[in-house]
Design a binder for this molecule. Structure first.
Ligand code: AMP
Length: 114
């Protein structure tokens, strides 16, 4: 899989505003926030898109979502609400080909999304 900007953030080759890290997951603030809170949760394992995740990644994908929800609770806005989004490929609007979950919060979200 091709190296992405997120791999460079994992390796600390470029700076990021990191808010959470464990052995499998890193989370940092989005450089172009779409909401008052906009954090990206990524696995340290490079998986390009949701289409590339396999059964072997089931626990990792679960950890990714749970890390985001746990962080939302710790930050105190979980009860008010938030949105988790994963874009996949061109029609999904994916631009960085390393799986990530967007955590968006701090404003009213709308549906359907653009
Ligand atoms: P997506 O379009 O779903 O692939 O999301 C990629 C996200 O990565 C976008 O919201 C970008 O603003 C964000 N992004 C790109 N480069 C960086 C960076 N160096 N640091 C933080 N976020 C970034």
């Amino acid at each position: 899989m091709a190296d992405t900007i997120f791999d460079r953030i994992i390796r600390r080759e470029i700076p990021a505003d990191i808010v959470y890290e464990d052995d499998a997951i890193l989370a940092f603030r989005d450089i172009a926030p779409a909401a008052p809170v906009h954090v990206l949760f990524i696995p340290k394992k490079p998986i390009a898109t949701l289409n590339d995740a396999t059964d072997a990644d089931a626990a990792l994908i679960g950890k990714l979502v749970l890390a985001a929800t746990r962080w939302a609770k710790a930050q105190g806005f979980a009860d008010k609400g938030y949105r988790l989004v994963t874009n996949c490929n061109q029609d999904g609007g994916q631009t960085v080909f390393h799986i990530h979950v967007h955590l968006l919060a701090g404003r009213q979200m709308h549906w359907p999304p653009g």
